[in-house]
Each structure stands twice: as C-alpha cells, then as structure tokens.
Design a protein around this ligand. Sequence first.
Ligand code: B12
Length: 258
Amino acid sequence: MDEIAPLWGICSFDKIKSGLIECRAKSRLPENAKSVIVACFPYLLDKSEYKNLNISKYAVVTDYHEVALNRLNTACEKLKMLYPEHEFAAFADNSPVPEVRAACLAGLGVRGLNSLLITEKYGSFVFIGEIVTDLSLDCVDADEKSCIMCGKCKKSCPASAISEKGVDQSKCLSAITQKKGVLSAEEEKLMKECGCVWGCDICQDVCPMNKNAAITEIEEFLCAPAPHITSGCGLEGRAYEWRGRKVIERNISLHKNI
Ligand code: B12
C-alpha cells in the first residue's frame, strides 16, 4: 500500500456501516464487508504553481477521482491475486463510505470544525479513497478526535456555513459554485466577492493546522497543474469536468462583471 498512497490505515466496516451514504456506488460494496483500507492522496503544490489562481486548489491538479481510483484499482488487483477468494472494491468520493469518518477511524487524522480530515503531515489538503473488502484485517479503529477548535474557519466562512453542528451544504460556497441553473442574487454576490470560479478554500487556508502542510509527492498531481481557467478552456481530466461547460462558463462570466 505504501506505493499506492503515502498515508493509509484500516478501520472496520462495522464502525461506518450505520452512516453509509446512499448512492449508486453502494451496489459495488462486497457482501459481508469487514474492513476498509483508507488512503490519503495529498495534493498541495508549491506556492509558485498557484500564480493567478482562480479555482480551488483541489481542482488545480489532474482529476483526483481518476488518480486515486487508478492507484486503488492497482492495489485491488494485487490483493485479489494474494487472496483470490475475497472481494476488493475501490471508491473515491463517489462512495457510500463517509470518507472523513473512515479516515479518522483509521487513525489518519482528526476532524476539523470545517468537517474535513486534517492529517499531521499534509493538513487537510488530502483526498480520501478506500478499498472495502470482505477480508478481516487488523483494524486501527481509533477514537474520532476533533481539531483544536480555534474557530477560525467558522469566523472566516463568507457564507456562514460552518457551525458546531457541521457544514451547511446549502450555504457552502463550494456547493454554490457547483449549482446548476440560475443563482440567487445573494449567491452571485458571494461568488463575486470571493473571486473563485470553482470550489472554495477559505476554511482550509485560514486553518492554523494547515500552516506547515507538506507538498504532495504524487507524480500525477505534480505533472500538469492548471491554476487558472478561462472561457472556452478544456475541461477534460479535471475535477470540474463532470459538471459541464454551462456551469463553468456561468461562473467565469460572473467574475468578468466585477
Ligand atoms: C457531499 C460532499 C460535499 C458537499 C457537502 C460537504 C459537507 N461538509 O457536508 C460540498 C459540495 C459542500 C463539499 C465541499 C467540499 N468538499 Co466534499 N465531499 C462530499 C462527499 C461526497 C460526501 C460527504 C458527506 O455527505 N458525508 C456524509 C456525512 C454524514 O459524513 P460525515 O460528515 O463523516 O458524517 C458523520 C459526521 O456527521 C459525524 N460527525 C460530524 N461532526 C462530528 C464531530 C465529531 C467530533 C465526531 C466524532 C463525529 C462527527 O457523524 C456522522 C456519522 O457518520 C465527500 C466524499 C465522501 N464519500 O465522504 C466529499 C469530501 C468530504 N469532500 C472533499 C473536499 C476536498 C471538499 C472541498 C474541500 C472542495 C473544495 N475545495 O471546494 C469542500 C470543503 C467544504 C467543507 N468545508 O466541507 C474531500 C475531503 C477531504 C478531507 N481532507 O477531508 C472528500 C472526502 C472527497 C474526497 N474523496 O477526497 N463536499
């Protein structure tokens, strides 16, 4: 697994079973799932790669769904050769697994007030992916811990989406940038003020636990950064491709009118 991801751990499926997310991918879960191998894929780049940044840092690198799934599927193939009678299914993001929770249980970090996993080495700038298997593995099953609760993310969120109850998805600016159709005047104003065409990093950028976050060593992320998107630019292989051109062009046009 060390070749697949620089940070990984294992939690038992039983611990997350009650919080599974309803989605199409749920049908791929192995019957009798017992363990979840959770992997973190750090994505922070050197500051010099963020010149003229107009999208969230997670979207600057090659689409993480592809990168994480390629790597995790390679691991699944190897595991299947070692344990042919067992099932291994890889997921990343589009997953029934509540990934932040699973990562905390696997001992990979703590849950931030901003609801994100914060790791010691890479801060919260990691993607999460996992392999669910019916093989019984030694599980960490750590106690879920919270961040230092300084409240900076809550205070800095321009949409007041963060509270002790969690993140209000209907308010979160990252979700607004993904919305289809016509935005409300309030939503447009927020987007214009923040100047981000896709996603939002404010709650991560102000987090003191991210101060010394290490840069990624993942080749696929280092090789083709695209920090700035413009009208008509290619969407292929990027994390925002799934949302389609209409939404991206609408967001870009909002920033032209500032
Ligand atoms: C829906 C979703 C969103 C929504 C809603 C986010 C939200 N916070 O609710 C929107 C579109 C807004 C969003 C935005 C972002 N997202 Co998102 N998102 C998801 C997705 C697909 C599902 C999350 C979910 O609904 N989980 C269900 C809930 C119930 O799970 P949970 O929060 O763990 O639930 C438990 C908690 O409620 C827990 N609990 C809550 N508080 C506490 C506190 C304590 C102390 C304890 C013990 C327990 C606890 O009890 C529940 C029971 O299980 C996940 C992928 C996945 N499959 O998990 C990615 C994911 C969380 N997103 C990710 C990312 C990168 C982002 C953005 C940073 C992208 C960006 N830059 O714009 C932003 C961050 C915004 C933010 N601060 O949350 C990453 C996070 C990586 C990390 N380091 O944590 C994930 C894991 C995707 C991935 N594979 O990497 N996202």
